[in-house]
Design a protein around this ligand. Structure first.
Ligand code: NAP
Length: 259
């Protein structure tokens, strides 16, 4: 399917690897020029070289912490007038509800709620002026069904989801769509690190921890960054212009609900 977005320009945050990288690759495959971002310069520059070579698009890497005001300012300066924004950042650490104090919540809110909101506030007005834009926020299945050990994520992402529900309906009339993409368990470094946490907590091997988590997914496996990226690229395509304020769950059926 021709996604109809060749020649457009996208900012994909937190994208040297994992789900963000999957989104960057899929947009590049659709002919979109990219600004990509991560904190560590070397893997980011390698990702930029590889994506440009494979897909023949322009890729600008900006090494910065997207959750800081200074880092975000540098990314936004490089991004300029983008047509597509994919927000992403590392997820908050796991723990128990008794572990977290105000500082932990403020850090989670900054990274996973206030940072995507600041990025939208900076870039959506230009998209509205130009009459076309796409925003996809990478959130989590924890928005639909809470994950006990990820209470910081449950909280911060629920806040972002409420913001998107209201804001997306205020900008849709100008050709700009804002939607959220909710990953269940995907085979990335984040998943491996969570497998490690389960392995230590339950005193089992990482392989057992992974097998146990796979058994909770009707599809019987973790998702891939490629599948995730392809869905993101569709949500950024010309075909998704009537999708507004939605929360698209990619979890292999793990969330047991009818709607
Ligand atoms: P990942 O494999 O660990 O990749 C994270 C990417 O983001 C890396 O490129 C990393 O590069 C970059 N990054 C992290 N923090 C950043 C920051 N502050 N500023 C700029 N770049 C940053 O993680 P992932 O699995 O793709 O997860 C992406 C998001 O989806 C996370 O918020 C995660 O909680 C959420 N999620 C993931 C899953 C899953 O199963 N994978 C499930 C539900 C939700 P640097 O380290 O160099 O910065």
């Amino acid at each position: 399917m021709d996604l109809g977005i060749a020649g457009k320009r996208a900012l994909v945050c937190a994208s040297s690897k994992g789900l963000g990288r999957g989104c960057a690759e899929a947009l590049a495959a659709a002919g979109v020029d990219l600004v990509i971002n991560a904190r560590s310069a070397e893997p980011l520059e390698e990702a930029a070289r590889s994506i440009a070579e494979v897909h023949g698009v322009n890729v600008i890497p900006v090494a910065a912490d997207i959750t800081t005001d200074e880092g975000r300012a540098r990314v936004l300066e490089a991004a300029g007038a983008v047509d597509i924004l994919v927000t992403n950042a590392g997820g908050p650490p796991p723990g128990m509800w008794t572990d977290w104090d105000e500082a932990d919540f403020l850090a989670a809110l900054k990274a996973n709620m206030l940072t995507p909101i600041a990025l939208m506030k900076a870039l959506v007005p230009g998209m509205m002026d130009r009459g076309w834009g796409r925003v996809v926020n990478i959130t989590s299945q924890s928005v639909k069904a809470p994950i006990g050990v990820l209470g910081l994520s449950n909280s911060a992402r629920a806040g972002l989801t409420g913001y998107v529900a209201g804001t997306s309906r205020q900008v849709a009339g100008k050709g700009v769509t804002i939607n959220n993409l909710l990953p269940g368990i995907h085979a990335t470094d984040r998943a491996i690190s969570l497998d490690g946490g389960v392995s230590r907590a339950q005193n089992i091997s990482i392989e057992e921890a992974k097998a146990n988590r796979c058994a909770t997914i009707p599809a019987g496996r973790y998702g891939t960054a490629q599948e995730f990226g392809a869905t993101c690229a569709f949500m950024c395509s010309v075909h998704a212009g009537f999708m507004v304020g939605q929360n698209i769950l990619l979890d292999g059926g793990a969330t047991n609900s009818t709607l």
